[in-house]
Ligand binder design. Sequence first.
Ligand SMILES: Nc1ncnc2c1ncn2[C@@H]1O[C@H](COP(=O)(O)OP(=O)(O)OP(=O)(O)O)[C@@H](O)[C@H]1O
Ligand SMILES: [Mg+2]
Length: 243
Amino acid sequence: MANVADTPALLRVDRLGAGYGKIRALHGVSLEVRAASIVCVLGANGAGKTTLMRALSGLLAVSEGTAVFDGQSIANVPAEALVRRGIVHVPQGRMVFAQLSVRENLMLGGYTRPASEVREHMDHVLGYFPRLKERIGSRAGTLSGGEQQMLAIARGLLAKPRLLMLDEPSMGVAPILKDAIFSTLRDIRDRERLTLLVVEQDADIALDISDEGYVIETGRVVMQGPAAELAGNEDVRRAYLGG
Ligand SMILES: Nc1ncnc2c1ncn2[C@@H]1O[C@H](COP(=O)(O)OP(=O)(O)OP(=O)(O)O)[C@@H](O)[C@H]1O
Ligand SMILES: [Mg+2]
């Protein structure tokens, strides 16, 4: 069997630039995500994490550099086309439809596929999230922050992604559910061979489930390496792990 390190990258980002009008928020970010790996991008408020996610999911124009997914360019490709190619983005703040039920929110995740297929897949996905299964008929707005995050992730899975990008899944989630969510993400990767790109401020929990990590500051990669190495790195510990 081939060593993981020999696996070609599913996503390869090279000197990517993006911004808002005259404001440049990403300055030449390069990173690689191997198939079936978990990669985290760590950074403080305003570092450019969401900007990176948006540029990679077709929601924001790429002004320089390249992004190649499974051998094809994804820079400046419309978001919907990228979803069909298997790139699915779970946005920061979850964005569930509060007035719709859990089931209806989940159905929306599968909008690119036939409804009968989505219903079958939903049972499979709910196997990872028993709490959601219990609340399937409830309005999403009545779920806790952590449950809403689970819903957003499950909705993303129903689009049948090859690459799932998660923007701060720990945000606004109680500690006990945070652990549950992150271990579920690892479980999903292990069982489905799904590839995950996770941006986080909570470095501890993100590095714990990741294979590789990157640290960005003001739109630039300032550190990168195997997650275990970053978790033990003095500079990372001082800046992001409170020690
Ligand atoms: N719509 C916008 N218009 C102008 N500037 C923006 C916009 N969105 C973000 N920015 C700026 O771009 C930079 C990167 O922001 P971004 O939202 O990517 O950071 P982030 O790492 O996701 O932060 P957070 O952890 O707070 O979500 C910041 O300086 C921010 O002020
Ligand atoms: Mg953000």
